[in-house]
Ligand binder design. Structure first.
Ligand SMILES: NC(=O)C1=CN([C@@H]2O[C@H](COP(=O)(O)OP(=O)(O)OC[C@H]3O[C@@H](n4cnc5c(N)ncnc54)[C@H](OP(=O)(O)O)[C@@H]3O)[C@@H](O)[C@H]2O)C=CC1
Ligand SMILES: O=C(O)C1=N[C@H](C(=O)O)C[C@H](O)C1
Length: 256
């Protein structure tokens, strides 16, 4: 049995993850965290309001779908207290990811931070990296529900990071272009522009648009339902049991 804690269990993703964990015959839900929960128990597991009260919970994995402001401190807490983090929460800085990987190696503890657990989104990122080698002029449009706290999305940032590995940084668009309305050209990641759309009705979507001489290429992924992330979360929970360091990106556990 893999004993699992879920932080953020009342949220959109956390509640979907509760259902997923309860459905797996090799997972056991052993703890739930939410600062504003009033029940002492839910889904047969104890509920905590403060992570400091969870140090004695016997758990193997800490699933985290909370919010960007607490993602780093929660992951640090998990690693320091013997829980393997499987984190979907976004908003980590490069330095934070690096320091968490260093700590996990020191502790010899497996873990995963995945900006996107949907298998199609992971493929989109890999395909985008392959395309950027030959199509270095590229813009990202990410589209999400209007309650999302961070922009750009973690997926858009990771996509840009992967493309930056094979693409030389350069300015895109006219050298003398001018924004007559501030922000019109979006965020700038080494010259790649990232545009964030927030609308009710959306879940999570991304287009990566490449342009070249006389041709274009568009790669798109859609999560229509949060169930789309659960295959990846379940895979992550099982895989972190077999490794001794924290990985950044679900691709590390896929045969690509
Ligand atoms: N990697 C992936 O595949 C995916 C990642 N995400 C990311 O997951 C995160 C959560 O998204 P979503 O579920 O939509 O957000 P929600 O706002 O629906 O849920 C977040 C939950 O976390 C709770 N929370 C806040 N602070 C803490 C804390 N310190 N400890 C425990 N729980 C806390 C909130 O409680 P309260 O409301 O009471 O404050 C809320 O219930 C976001 O960063 C999002 O970008 C989302 C989808 C997929
Ligand atoms: O907030 C969301 O909903 C999502 N967040 C992640 C991100 O920022 O990339 C993953 C997915 O896009 C859904």
């Amino acid at each position: 049995m893999i004993r699992v804690i879920i932080a953020g269990f009342r949220g959109r993703m956390g509640s979907t993850a509760v259902n997923m964990v309860l459905e797996q015959t090799d997972f056991e839900l052993v703890g739930l965290l939410d600062p504003n929960a009033t029940d002492k128990e839910a889904f047969g597991a104890p509920v905590f309001n403060d992570k400091k009260d969870m140090v004695d919970v016997k758990a193997d994995v800490w699933i985290d779908f909370t919010q960007p402001a607490v993602a780093y401190e929660n992951t640090l807490f998990a690693l320091e207290n013997g829980f393997r983090p499987v984190v979907g929460t976004t908003g980590f800085s490069d330095d934070q990811i690096k320091s968490l990987i260093d700590l996990s190696k020191k502790e010899k503890r497996g873990g995963l931070i995945a900006p996107n657990f949907a298998l199609g989104a992971v493929l989109l990122m890999q395909f985008s990296k392959a395309a950027a080698k030959y199509f270095p002029d590229v813009e990202i449009i990410e589209l999400h529900h209007d309650q999302k706290k961070d922009a750009p999305s973690g997926t858009a940032v990771k996509t840009a990071e992967l493309m930056a590995e094979v693409r030389e940084a350069h300015h895109q668009g006219a050298v003398d272009e001018e924004e007559t309305l501030s922000g019109a050209r979006g965020a700038d990641f080494e010259g790649m522009r990232i545009h964030s759309v927030r609308l009710p009705g959306l879940v999570a979507h991304q287009e990566v648009i490449f342009g070249s001489q006389g041709e274009g290429l568009t790669i798109r992924h859609d999560s229509y339902d949060r169930i789309s992330f659960m295959t990846g979360v379940a895979l992550g929970v099982r895989q972190v049991m077999n490794v001794t360091e924290l990985k950044y990106g679900l691709e590390h556990f896929l045969d690509l």
